[in-house]
Write a protein that binds this ligand. Structure first.
Ligand code: SAH
Ligand code: SF4
Ligand code: F3S
Length: 506
């Protein structure tokens, strides 16, 4: 089904894009108000337990046991940046009397943190709101808020379609959430989808000193200036902006002081990080090398990156920074130069393959993961064959592949669409190849010794699950392991989406 999106005009005009720290001028395209094309599922290959890029989460934080507190339920859709934002919103509301709950029934505030990347992702918001209607009808205290990228793209439309929504808050305005909630309690219906000049992170309160699991996300960069022809992110998240180095390091130190041993640095285009340091601008590679000095931090990862921002110093860091894990998510989208050009990706297939060769020269065992879109407008069987050839050449250890979904307001939505059945057939062929590669890369681990950071209990008795350096989920049955242990494990078996192993002696 199609729906119109109304991107605020200031998001489309570079002169009005008021963010700080922006590094490149944008290339905005005109606004289109028609949505065409398929709404088929976002298909992905993903290991259970692996930080999933595009999935639905509901999060629950430790309850504090204070009876007078109000309850907050947050449902999170989309990418890791939304997962991080949800944590920050929960923490901000924690200072205003809210504790989080995993049960929407009885909640005083429900927040849906939404994703607009594909039509299906966006539609989920409306079906979830439909499901929440009876709760709203039976509980006069309940306030419902919509946050995230759908809020940004179609906030006014949400209020119109679902008048029971009490507040709408875009991703750049989360530091104003407590104020918006208070206004919603007063009977107003606030909508805040501004792009304030200040970065929201600096407006959010310090992260609380509660004990945490061993892994954490840390957003260091937001927004995107690349304007790929299919993508809504530059419109929903605005222009590229980086957090200052001191603020990132302080947050990382605090996370580590509270039990975190692995940090994944996040950004829509994280390798374009360009934060203000003491002596001027600092690249992602320099930030990573600065973070290596944090005692107690054992592992650093980063996601998601654009090939054209893989700078020489970042490639080198993969060979020289011991805490930087041998895993890189580097989306290519297509292997056809013609389609890459129409996508406005800014590189050729050959340039991408050469880049991978350079990264592997710096860190030979690095596991490469990628994103692919099939059925992009005008994609022919020959273009698709080029994508299959690129995949054969690169050999991916993990991947996420999607059928193109036309997004209103993006240039590609206006072009000749590929027959959805043809696109489905291509997706199936691509995923068969990618699954085989993932399995091969896992099978290669059998017999090898790896470090595993254990995170949680498994389903079986005495089983613990953790992540290897290469981000494989690893199951080990041993009653002595606790979450937070970083131990050596010999891999003994490979299942479709995980590995099994045993602790090495000593
Ligand atoms: N910043 C990241 C990607 C963010 S969006 C990058 O540049 O790689 C995550 C993934 O969703 C993209 O890599 C792309 O594969 C997919 N995606 C984005 N827009 C899409 C669309 N309109 N239809 C289908 N898949 C899309
Ligand atoms: Fe930016 Fe990535 Fe979207 Fe391209 S796909 S516009 S680089 S977020
Ligand atoms: Fe979705 Fe917004 Fe992330 S559109 S993928 S939640 S940046």
């Amino acid at each position: 089904m199609s729906r119109s999106a109304t991107y605020p005009i200031r998001m489309l005009n570079p002169a009005l894009r008021l963010r700080t720290g922006s590094r490149r001028a944008g290339h905005p395209h005109g606004v289109c108000k028609t949505g065409r094309g398929s709404s088929r599922s976002c298909n992905r290959i993903v290991a259970p337990g692996v930080p999933v890029l595009y999935q639905t989460f509901s999060i629950s934080f430790e309850e504090t046991g204070m009876p007078e507190q109000k309850r907050l339920y947050i449902k999170t859709y989309g990418c890791q940046m939304n997962v991080y934002d949800s944590e920050r919103m929960a923490e901000a509301m924690g200072e205003h009397g809210y504790k989080t709950t995993s049960d929407p029934e009885g909640a005083d505030l429900i927040l849906l943190n939404t994703c607009h990347i594909r039509e299906k992702a966006a539609e989920k918001v409306y079906s979830e709101l439909g499901r929440l209607k009876p709760l709203k009808a039976s509980n006069p205290n309940l306030r419902i808020g919509v946050a995230g990228c759908v809020a940004q793209a179609e906030g006014a439309e949400i209020m119109r379609r679902q008048p029971m929504v009490d507040l709408v808050v875009g991703p750049q305005s989360y530091h104003r959430l407590p104020e918006l909630e208070a206004r919603a309690r007063n009977g107003e219906h606030p909508l805040d989808t501004e792009f304030p000049a200040e970065l929201k992170f600096e407006g959010l309160s310090r992260r609380p000193g509660t004990n945490r699991g061993p892994t954490a996300f840390l957003t260091v960069q937001e927004g995107c200036d690349r304007f790929c022809a299919f993508c809504v992110v530059p419109y929903t998240r605005g222009a590229e902006a980086s957090r200052p180095v001191s603020s990132v390091i302080a947050e990382a130190q605090r996370l580590v002081a509270n039990g975190v041993r692995e940090i994944t640095l996040l950004g829509q285009n994280v390798n374009a990080y360009n934060g203000e340091g003491r002596d001027g601008a600092v690249s992602l590679a320099k930030l990573i090398s600065g973070m290596e000095a944090i005692d107690g931090l054992d592992r650093i990862r980063y996601t998601t990156s654009h090939p054209n921002d893989m700078t020489d110093d970042l490639i080198e860091a993969h060979g020289t920074c011991p805490k930087l894990m041998p895993y890189l998510h580097l989306p290519v989208q297509s292997g056809s130069d013609r389609i890459l050009k129409r996508m406005n990706r800014g590189h050729t297939a050959k340039a991408y393959v050469r880049l991978i060769e350079r990264i592997r020269a710096a860190r030979p065992d690095i596991l490469i993961s990628g994103d692919f879109i099939v059925g992009f407008p005008e994609e022919t069987e020959v273009d698709f064959a080029d994508t299959m050839a690129l995949v054969e050449e690169v050999r991916y250890g993990q991947s996420y592949s999607f059928k193109y979904s036309a997004r209103p307001g993006t240039p590609a939505a206006e072009r000749d669409q590929v027959d959805p059945e043809v696109a489905s057939d291509r997706l199936e062929r691509l995923q068969t190849l990618l699954s085989r590669q993932q399995r091969d890369s896992q099978d290669d681990m059998i017999g090898r010794e790896v470090g595993v950071l254990f995170e949680r209990k498994g389903r079986k008795q005495d089983q613990m699950v953790g992540k290897s350096e290469h981000l494989h989920a690893v199951h080990v049955s041993n009653g002595n392991i606790v979450a937070g242990d970083l131990l050596r494990v010999r891999i003994t078996d490979s299942a479709p989406n995980s590995l099994a192993g045993e602790l090495t002696a000593g």
